[in-house]
Design a protein around this ligand. Structure first.
Ligand code: ADP
Ligand code: ZN
Ligand code: ZN
Length: 721
């Protein structure tokens, strides 16, 4: 037999199949060691076949197989081919998505411990009291950790092994993440609305189902029911969540419901834990893979359902090669397994919602919270008026009053600080004017190193403003407020309140987020101050007030999606308020109180927002009605980067001339951020009408990469800096 092998070297020159003579125990999907260019390297068997395309006598043999079972199943092997073709990426690089790094290198393996097992009764002399004690102990217990046994009884344990009364064997140890995490979360009987959503998913003939349910409508229970159903049928499940910060809570619920069948995959785990969780899934010992986007590559077989919670979240798009979109991978797996892919969100991306409206996806709507609990009341605080009144703190009078009231009642509050677009857009604090590009109608981004404003969609540069062109005020704001400053102001206003801060500085360590969230859930604090992390998914029953500082910061983020992002953010953050009996309140602070996006959010009107946004996108020919494609070129050597840019530009220009009507925008430029990590950055920026030319754009760009010059293609990137 001949094995077709991909060697684990991510270089386009070795991105092809190499043939080796197969050895016993090797199958498609096996990780193997092979001789390659005078070295021994890791590789993966993609296929076994009879005969060879080459002189069979000259084929080198595979040296050894790494594990007893193939690392990749048949489905994953197919998926490797699909992803490599779709994203024009070397297969070795794609393979790495499927296996945590430590495992590929073979540096982490299973962990074993020695256990003593009772074998048989033997005669023991009356003087050997210790041995008699061990024997009695083991007769009762049957098995025990051998190290522990020796700590308890010393040499006597070893004596009994020698005499054959005990036997020592190896047992696999599970390095279980969050072992200390108590399983929790009650199982609720489904409400009629939840029940009919579950039925609709099961009975639909459409593979992809959008579950659009307002915050607090009980989506989690629907996911868990569908997962339980898959398990009952002997199948497995994949459950994707956007943020690692959320995973422990979700995991806790899954553990309560499914015990050891649930395995968690995420980058914060230790190498050993990663290995064990992955291995439990690969061997079928665990059936449910839960994790952030990379869990979509989980080595489970016979998948019964895939859930993608908060489907609109940006973290589902990979920002390193291959730049895959999680939903594309999930769709492939759902189709392959003939199962459903459930996309859930209170604020679906307009792209997804459009597909659901047009009938490509099934659409399930849960317009009400569980037990018809009211949605929170959102009041807008006009910050321009606060400035005119001489209030220079981050808190409006309205928010201060509500906070005092909330604390007095012994309830909890969340203060959300918008960090997206931090120090980016320029806003007049007196009239709310925002600096925008004259030709693109997106807000400009401030670049401090050059002290200028730039448009990320056309490359235009503007002088930094010294006064507002609308009202002449010099109170221009281009920095957000930091968490620390906010905490300081809160302490002054409410000296006895207990305050927790959650941001990048306070959440280091594997369980950093979890500790803070846990403390807040246990009501060891009254106010939680935080950035984006506090916005998502949390369910704190005692929270009755949410304050949103700088709602505008993302509204004027220089991105065509800024309206959408703002709507999502305001809705998500607001959704943390009033999830139990008492109706929640939200104070939304803005310099732009008339803004239609904020109005839709206040009215909790997703459909109104959607209709408005989608017609805007259509009129301006932005995604999903067009695609933004950026070819990035970067190098430490400015000249080499420029040379590559010219070559790529030349090649793409031929395409542009040929297919002019497909292009809405086509230009080359320095990237808005000129240099990152000492690499000079250039780009060809395109807006194209469809996916028709996508593959050709990759083909005309990537070959110009070299050892010194990095070239990659981004589709509808999350940011254009
Ligand atoms: P969502 O994910 O849609 O925001 P959750 O799944 O967090 O909503 O549910 C909101 C709250 O309602 C949670 O506290 C949850 O425990 C509770 N809940 C969910 N389903 C039921 C049910 N069938 N009966 C009672 N309470 C429920
Ligand atoms: Zn102004
Ligand atoms: Zn522009």
């Amino acid at each position: 037999m001949t094995a077709e092998v991909i060697v684990d070297i991510a270089h386009s020159e070795v991105d092809k199949i190499f043939e080796y003579r197969a050895i016993d125990g090797v199958a498609a999907g096996s990780q193997v060691k092979v001789p390659f260019g005078g070295r021994v390297v890791d590789g993966f068997v993609m296929r076994l076949k009879e005969g060879s395309d080459f002189d069979a006598a000259k084929l080198k043999s595979i040296l050894s197989a790494v594990d007893g079972i193939p690392a990749l199943n048949g489905e994953c092997l197919r998926l490797v081919d699909e992803i490599a073709a779709r994203y024009h990426c070397p297969k070795a690089l794609v393979l790495r998505l499927f296996l945590p790094g430590e495992m590929r290198k073979g540096t982490v393996r299973e962990l074993f411990k020695n256990v003593a097992v009772f074998e048989r009764e033997i005669e023991i002399s009356s003087r050997a009291k210790a041995q008699a004690a061990v024997l009695a102990h083991m007769k009762e217990k049957g098995r025990e950790d051998y190290t522990l046994l020796r700590e308890k009884f010393g040499q006597a344990a070893a004596e009994l092994v020698k005499k054959g009364a005990l036997r020592v064997e190896k047992e696999r140890v599970n390095r279980s993440p969050y072992a200390a995490l108590a399983a929790g979360g009650a199982e609720h009987p489904l409400t009629p609305a939840q029940q009919s959503a579950v039925e609709a998913v099961k009975n639909s003939h459409k593979t992809v189902q959008l579950l659009h349910g307002v915050t607090g409508s009980g989506k989690t229970e629907i996911y868990l029911t569908l997962i339980a159903e898959a398990l009952r049928q002997g199948k497995s499940a994949i459950f994707l969540v956007p943020e690692i910060a959320l995973t422990p809570q979700m995991f806790k619920q899954l553990r309560a419901r499914f015990g050891e069948s649930a395995a968690i995959l995420h980058s914060g785990l230790s190498a050993g834990e990663k290995f064990d969780e992955w291995w439990r899934l690969r061997t079928g010992e665990a059936k449910i893979a839960i994790g952030a986007r990379s869990a979509v590559f989980a080595p489970v077989e016979n998948v019964g359902v895939i859930v993608m919670d908060e489907e609109h979240d940006q973290s589902y798009a990979s920002e390193s090669n291959p730049r895959y979109r999680t939903v594309e991978i999930a769709k492939f797996r759902a189709a392959y397994n003939g199962c459903k892919l459930v996309l859930g969100s209170a604020t679906p991306s307009v792209e997804t919602y459009l597909k659901a409206k047009e009938g490509e996806y099934g659409l399930l709507e849960l317009p009400e919270r569980i037990h018809a609990r009211p949605m929170p009341e959102i009041v807008i605080a006009d910050m321009r008026r606060e400035v005119r009144r001489g209030n220079n703190t981050a808190f409006s009078a309205a928010l201060r009053e509500e906070l005092a009231d909330c604390l007095e009642k012994g309830k909890q509050a969340i203060i959300f600080i918008n960090r997206r677009g931090f120090a980016q857009s320029v806003i007049c604090r007196e009239c709310g004017y925002v600096a925008k590009c004259a030709s693109c109608d997106v807000s400009l981004t401030y670049h401090s190193e050059e002290d200028c404003l730039k448009c990320h969609y056309c490359g235009a540069q503007y002088h930094m403003l010294s006064a507002c062109p609308e009202c002449g005020s010099i109170h221009l704001n281009y920095t957000g407020t930091g968490t620390q400053k906010v905490v300081g102001e809160l302490k002054k206003m409410y000296p006895s309140a207990r305050i927790l801060r959650m941001d990048n500085d306070t959440t280091s360590g594997k369980e950093g987020h979890y500790k803070i969230l846990k403390a807040f859930a246990e009501r060891r604090a009254d106010i939680l101050v935080g950035t984006q992390m506090v916005a998502k998914g949390h369910d704190f029953p005692a929270v009755t007030l949410v304050g949103i500082l700088d709602a505008d910061m993302s509204l004027h983020f220089s991105d065509y999606r800024s309206g959408e992002r703002t709507f999502q953010l305001v809705t998500q953050v607001s959704g943390r308020s009033g999830r139990a009996e008492e109706r929640g309140k939200v104070v939304l602070q803005t310099y732009d109180p008339e803004n239609y996006i904020l109005r839709f959010a206040v009215e909790n009107d997703y459909k109104g927002f959607f209709e408005h946004e989608i017609s805007l996108r259509k009129a301006t020919a932005f995604p999903p009605f067009a695609r933004i494609v950026r070819v990035m070129i970067s190098s430490e050597d400015d000249k080499k980067a420029l040379d590559a840019l010219k070559e790529i530009w030349f090649s793409l220009q031929a395409l542009y001339e040929k297919e002019r009507e497909e292009f809405l925008f086509f230009n080359k430029m320095r990237s808005p951020v000129k240099r990152i990590q000492n690499k000079f950055r250039y780009q060809v920026l395109m807006r194209i009408k469809s996916d028709k030319l996508l593959s050709e754009i990759y083909d005309r760009s990537l070959p110009h990469a070299s050892r010194d010059v990095l070239v990659y293609v981004e589709e509808d990137p999350n940011n254009l800096s």
